[in-house]
Ligand binder design. Structure first.
Ligand code: RRO
Length: 311
């Protein structure tokens, strides 16, 4: 069974890849994701202009009973130039998503200018949804700021550009963000980032489990699946057909991948479960997905994508 997808002129031989932040900070990690026979691409750790160590540890925690994860990494990354060097020597034929998360609008626009003027021929993901930098709100919860940065970016930026969104929880907010995104020639929308500012408590010690921000952090994994599916579905129903959707959130089984596709995802990213299970997660997920498709008698993903039934 062929499990493929396209975003603009980029072809993906497999629909799975890492979610930004997991297994993608160093060259070695990026190479690991690319070298899997079951990934269609890699996305780099969101870059800031300069190297950042991120927040103090402990800053990542796996909840018991496979519920998911909480993180407040704080945007640790090697700096924009490190990833620009990496992509210029892309060791594989697979597309690369270059993720950026500047600490200001100007920092994002400066990085986009550099990408525009570079030889990079992959896709760019503008992360408007990091929940973990103290004092910096998630841009995409500010509709005016989102419209503004996209207007300024698309005034000069011509390469395939998408945005990474936080989860929305209100139908009016789905309408509002879709109205904004539809004004721009976006290549894709990636939904969802972690659910920001959750709080997890250790039952033995009555303490929080991560240090930054008094224990508040982004929630990922099984806990967020329903929210992720709702966002994929709601945006697929509202966005122009030429804006592709990357579904992220709550993927631990092939059934979860299948559900994202039913809701309209073109590609599916794996974050928490990749951190927990390692690179072989892609092999397992693709096998489980293929088994479901075969059992249901489907020949291709096209027969499933967006075909969720309602009552
Ligand atoms: O580095 C982080 O703390 C982080 C980022 Br940039 C993000 O976009 N999402 C997340 O859960 N953590």
């Amino acid at each position: 069974m062929q499990l493929t997808a396209n975003i603009q002129n980029h072809h993906f031989d497999h629909i799975l890849l890492n979610a930004a932040g997991v297994m993608c900070q160093t060259n070695e990690e990026l190479n690991t994701v690319l070298s899997s026979s079951y990934t269609g691409a890699v996305v780099t750790k969101s870059a800031t202009a300069d190297h950042r160590p991120g927040n103090p540890a402990p800053r990542y925690y796996e909840l018991p009973n496979h519920l998911g994860t909480i993180n407040s990494m704080g945007l640790p990354n090697e700096g924009f130039n490190y990833y620009l060097d990496y992509v210029s020597t892309n060791p594989s034929q697979k597309p690369i998503f270059f993720s950026i998360a500047g600490l200001s609008k100007q920092e994002n626009l400066d990085m986009l200018h550099q990408l525009q003027n570079s030889d990079f021929d992959g896709l760019i993901e503008l992360n408007l949804s990091c929940p973990n930098v103290p004092g910096k709100p998630q841009t995409a919860y500010d509709f005016e700021a989102t419209q503004q940065i996209l207007s300024e970016a698309f005034a000069f930026f011509k390469k395939p550009l998408g945005v990474k969104l936080p989860p929305y929880f209100d139908i009016v907010h789905f309408d509002m963000i879709a109205d904004i995104l539809n004004q721009f020639p976006l290549a894709f929308v990636n939904t969802i980032n972690s659910i920001g500012n959750g709080l997890v408590i250790d039952e033995d010690s009555d303490t929080v489990v991560i240090k930054p921000k008094g224990g508040f952090g982004g929630i990922g994994g099984t806990l967020v699946k329903a929210t992720a599916l709702a966002n994929v579905r709601a945006l697929r129903q509202r966005l122009n057909a030429d804006i592709k959707i990357i579904g992220t959130g709550g993927v631990t089984t092939g059934r979860d991948v299948y559900d994202h596709i039913l809701c309209g995802a073109d590609l599916v990213e794996v974050g928490s479960q990749l951190a927990i299970e390692g690179i072989t997660v892609f092999d397992r997920l693709e096998r489980e997905l293929t088994a479901i498709l075969e059992e249901k008698g489907y020949q291709s993903l096209e027969e499933v994508r967006g075909q969720l039934k309602v009552l």
